[in-house]
Design a protein around this ligand. Structure first.
Ligand code: RAM
Length: 338
């Protein structure tokens, strides 16, 4: 009798400690995940959400798409706090600030909610892993290469028109661009300014116009943001500067098609945001159901995208890599409709 009581107490203690630690915790029942963009009203994130919804259907889960109006960390933190209170089953966040989001990410994880960042990383402590669109170095390097393609061998003045000044993804790419510019093959490119359009169309447009005024011999604007590149190409077009100032960087085909064709932006790069959203939901599902724990070396299958292995590196910590970026130009732009 004594032994039976002891076994019972031990078994109960084990069950309780597992439940409390959240370790090995598997969400059951209908799952609701939230895809959080940097801000709403950006076709890049809307396309990512289309991919996320496709994954949700395949997996039989619900994915809601919720974000703040502005690409602002404080607004994003408020939203995440309310999602924690609603006890959602998983969060996939494109961060407006890497460090500022760590405490709220930790709170969510403590509450048993798996957190992944995608597109723009939360600091390592505030998420289980990051879903990375393409190798950091490749994204920066391709943008500088396109800038030289556009200036030609003579080079000239270039400027960067970015998203917000705290954006983790853009800031990391800008660092790579600066490193690339120290290479001998880019000696003739002169980076004269880095300005911020905050992923707001009007502000980006105004910043592009200010660059034309400040640097009358500016040759290229590199905008590593889909909002900034489209606004800059429109500003070049409106100012009658096609052929004098070229725009390149990262854009979506639907937003950039007319500027590829009118010559304001002959080439730009991007990965497939739909695939990035799709992959993010597969990762979140694998974490929420306990299929993976989120450690390097684990493998999982993400539907139509196939098998992935979780990796770990110094820059991004634990992460999953989507694939290489792709260059869009007049030869291929009409093959894409997103
Ligand atoms: C904008 C956002 C996003 C970035 C793309 C390239 O849509 O800043 O985070 O990945 O551009």
């Amino acid at each position: 009798m004594k032994h039976r009581t002891l076994y019972f107490v031990l078994a109960l203690a084990m069950v309780l400690s597992l439940a409390l630690s959240g370790c090995g915790k598997k969400a059951t029942g209908p799952l609701t995940f939230v895809l959080v963009p940097k801000n709403l009203g950006n076709p890049y994130f809307d396309t990512a959400n289309n991919g996320a919804q496709e994954a949700a259907k395949e997996l039989g889960v619900t994915v809601t798409y919720q974000g703040s109006a502005a690409a602002d960390a404080t607004q994003q933190i408020q939203l995440i706090n309310s999602l924690i209170a609603q006890k959602v089953n998983g969060l996939a966040i494109s961060a407006n600030d890497s460090d500022a989001l760590v405490p709220v990410g930790k709170d969510a994880i403590k509450a048993g909610i798996p957190v992944v960042s995608w597109d723009s990383a939360i600091g390592k402590e505030g998420r289980v892993l990051h879903i990375n669109q393409a190798v950091l170095h490749d994204i920066g390097a391709i943008e500088i290469k396109m800038a030289l393609d556009l200036t030609g061998a003579d080079g000239g003045k270039i400027a960067i028109l970015s998203a917000t000044s705290t954006a983790p993804n853009q800031n990391a790419w800008i660092e790579v661009m600066k490193e690339e510019l120290t290479k001998p093959e880019y000696a003739k490119l002169e980076l004269v300014d880095v300005v911020y359009g905050d992923d707001d169309d009007t502000k980006s447009y105004n910043e592009a116009q200010a660059l034309f005024k400040k640097y009358p011999d500016l040759k290229v604007i590199i905008a590593p943001t889909t909002v900034g590149i489209a606004a800059s190409a429109r500003a070049v077009t409106d100012a009658g500067l096609i052929g004098k100032v070229f725009v390149t960087g990262l854009g979506t085909p639907n937003q950039m098609r007319e500027y590829v064709k009118n010559g304001a932006s002959p080439e730009f790069a991007l990965w497939n945001p739909g695939d990035l959203g799709y992959l993010s939901i597969y990762v979140l599902h694998a974490l929420a159901t306990g299929e993976i724990k989120g450690v390097a070396g684990e493998k999982f299958t993400a539907g139509k995208l196939g098998e992935y292995t979780i990796q770990e590196d110094a820059d991004l910590g634990v992460n999953v890599l989507l694939g290489p970026p792709f260059v869009y130009n007049a030869d291929n732009i009409d093959q894409f409709n997103w």
